[in-house]
Design a protein around this ligand. Structure first.
Ligand SMILES: C[S@@+](CC[C@H](N)C(=O)[O-])C[C@H]1O[C@@H](n2cnc3c(N)ncnc32)[C@H](O)[C@@H]1O
Ligand SMILES: [Zn+2]
Length: 302
């Protein structure tokens, strides 16, 4: 198969011939992609010069920032699904200021050190996904989000680009092979238990982070006359809860720009009356952080 120049001409070969050649010559590359599957026909996706393709020749090009768009247009129910670009940029600004660092550090400790494959569903602009790739140097760490603007930001700023891979995709139809993932993380994002169950390995670990009772309680009290406490997440179908904990802390924001970032990234804060918003931006904000961290194991049946 090698031509005179030493390059391979593989585009016309059958899939198993391509795999054999790639495996022999580029073992790291072929391993990198084996967890992903085609969102159209569910066959395995393999690397080629432009991006990824399945054996039915569905092609998904690699964007210049390094991500893949694996969201079929028929699953895209609006022009720009997911969080808006401005919201994601505000989240990046707020997270990079370190306000959620205790959560990041706690999650890093919870991840099993022998994790080979991790998927962060609803990864946003990649703040947590990047951290997971940093602490799991041997793992392939994927991030998917339905918002292209988030995935673009995440892929662009990934440091370990060869094994920290981002894709535009829906949490409700994940472009991953059955039982391909050791760990799934879901931080403030929606999902469907059955789909997480399908893609996680039998002994896989699912970690969900959701706001607990007192999270941003002060801010919520300024907006709602009757504040209802956050409920713990429903146990996803096919999983059993094995551990849960609360992580609490104080949130002190003095900087006007960071105050604005919090208000922009928090949908309920959009309801804040204009005079209260101005007052917060002038005076700063002191509030409570209260995260619920829930760990689940996969059951045999869903
Ligand atoms: C509050 S943000 C959290 C982002 C990230 N996990 C973090 O903590 O920084 C929720 C994210 O879920 C994404 N999202 C919403 N619905 C989704 C879906 N059906 N599939 C994938 N992502 C989705 C949004 O686009 C948004 O980026
Ligand atoms: Zn296909």
């Amino acid at each position: 198969m090698a031509c005179a120049s030493g390059f391979f001409l593989i585009d016309d070969l059958l899939i198993h011939e391509r795999v054999a050649i790639l495996r022999a010559n580029f073992p790291a590359l072929i391993i990198t992609m084996k967890d992903l599957c085609c969102p159209l026909c569910k066959q395995a996706l393999l690397s080629n010069s432009q991006g990824l393709a399945c054996e039915n020749r569905h092609q998904f090009d690699r964007a210049k920032e390094g991500y893949f768009n694996l969201l079929p247009v028929q699953n895209k129910h609006s022009r720009e699904p997911g969080d808006a670009k401005e919201q994601l940029q505000a989240r990046r600004q707020f997270l990079q200021a370190g306000f959620f660092d205790p959560l990041k550090k706690r999650l890093e400790i919870l991840l099993p050190a022998d994790t080979q494959t991790l998927l962060d569903v609803g990864c946003g602009e990649g703040y947590f996904t990047h951290a997971f790739a940093e602490v799991l140097p041997q793992a392939r760490v994927y991030g998917v989000d339905i918002a292209k603007a988030g995935v673009r930001l995440a892929a662009k700023s990934a440091i370990h680009k060869n094994r920290n891979i981002f894709a535009v995709a829906s949490n409700f139809d994940l472009p991953f092979a059955d039982q391909s993932l050791d760990v799934i993380t879901r931080i403030y994002a929606p999902s469907k238990g059955e789909e997480l169950w399908r893609v996680i390995k039998p002994e896989g670990l699912l970690v969900i982070v959701a706001p607990a009772e007192n999270h941003l309680l002060g801010l919520r009290q300024r907006i709602y006359a009757d504040v209802r406490p956050h409920e713990p997440p429903v146990v996803p179908n096919g999983f059993r809860l094995v551990a849960q904990e609360r992580l609490t802390g104080e949130l002190v924001i003095k900087d006007k720009v960071l105050c604005q970032a919090l208000l922009s990234m928090t949908p309920f804060a959009w309801r804040l009356a204009e005079n209260l918003r101005t007052q917060l931006e002038r005076e700063g904000l002191v509030d409570q952080l209260d995260f619920g961290i829930y760990c689940y194991r996969r059951e045999l049946a869903c």
